[in-house]
Design a binder for this molecule. Structure first.
Ligand code: BGC
Length: 338
């Protein structure tokens, strides 16, 4: 008798586990689908809210963009906005543009995105604005487009202060390799240009190599590896997108060259902070991703209400070193993965 009873308990338990795991799979599948389809399936949610905005990042699961999303979501909650976060899983301009077009076709009330390249993004942004959907550029501007406003770092200035910091910390003498997120994205170009201008009068500073990481830490590491093999004289690196310095630091440690190699990067993601604390990364350029997201949503609400907004808002940027830690407030660098 007691055996039969146990059998039933095991049967019931297995069925319950099956139902839970099936529901979880369906839920996850729905989430992935929803992220990729701006507008679709969101209509009912959007109806409950005053406005429906879409934030389209360069790369969905990039921690830097998760911080922008966190800020945007906080502002959306305060203002009763329905916010969608949809973008390419891995940086890809064609997919990025396709998602923008889909968002526009589903007649949302506002779109926030980067103006990564004037050539590709300006026509799309203009097309969206002509459909009476306002666009706010965020992180990277497309200044000649019809976007209403830009909110984000002054990327040229940010590159310039990185160059000055390196020159100061290396006492005017260094063989530098630059690893940039992308040769074509204008924020990356400006960060490289600003840096070059900042060191051009320094006779002892030589830029030996400039390579591209496609904003991935793996490719940043690969490029750093090849550079150190080919140019052993390199004793300073500058990484211009959020994951570059992390990839560089990994390789510098592999080569046991932490003592003689200076690294300056961008952003304050948790891994960057850890390398700063350890001393492998020496300095990094702070951006305010949370603030960008937060203020972009607030600004979009103002635009929809017919209020005037400034055409450019530059969020704060500065160079920090180990002695400047911990950073406060923490919302610009504490990524929430739930
Ligand atoms: C840039 C973003 C870029 C990210 C990539 C940041 O520094 O501001 O434009 O998408 O790095 O990791």
């Amino acid at each position: 008798m007691s055996r039969t009873w146990w059998k039933w308990v095991i049967y019931a338990g297995s069925i319950a586990a099956l139902i839970v795991s099936a529901s979880f799979t369906i839920y996850c599948a729905w989430k992935v689908y929803a992220y990729h389809q701006p507008g679709e399936g969101a209509a009912a949610e959007a109806e409950k809210n005053a406005f429906h905005f879409v934030l389209v990042p360069e790369e969905l699961d990039n921690d830097y963009w998760r911080l922008v999303e966190q800020g945007a979501k906080a502002a959306a909650k305060e203002t009763g906005v329905y916010l969608e976060y949809a973008g390419p899983r891995q940086a890809n301009i064609d997919e990025h543009i396709h998602i923008l077009e889909k968002a526009a076709a589903s007649k949302v009330d506002g779109i926030m995105t980067q103006g990564l390249t004037e050539k590709e993004f300006t026509p799309v942004i203009n097309h969206i604005v002509e459909k009476n959907i306002p666009v706010v550029t965020i992180d990277t501007d497309a200044p000649t487009s019809k976007r209403t406003a830009y909110i984000g770092t002054d990327n040229y200035y940010a590159g310039f202060i990185a160059g000055r910091a390196l020159a100061e910390d290396m006492h005017g003498k260094a063989n530098v390799a630059i690893i940039t997120g992308s040769f074509t994205a204008s924020n990356q170009q400006l960060r490289v240009q600003g840096f070059k201008d900042a060191v051009k009068e320094e006779k002892g500073i030589h830029i030996v190599a400039v390579e591209e990481s496609h904003i991935t830490r793996v490719q940043a590491a690969e490029k750093a590896y090849n550079i150190l093999k080919k140019h052993p004289e390199v004793n300073a690196f500058y990484g211009t997108s959020a994951l570059d310095a992390i990839g560089i630091a990994k390789v510098v440690e592999q080569f046991h060259r932490e003592k003689g190699t200076y690294i300056i990067g961008f952003d304050t993601l948790p891994e960057t902070i850890r390398y700063l604390q350890k001393g492998t990364i020496h300095a990094t350029v702070v951006q305010e991703p949370y603030e960008m997201g937060y203020r972009a949503v607030k600004m979009m609400v103002d635009i929809r209400k017919g209020n005037n907004v400034p055409s450019v808002i530059n969020t704060e940027t500065k160079v920090i070193r180990k002695q400047d830690l911990p950073l406060r407030p923490s919302r610009n660098y504490e990524v929430n993965h739930d």
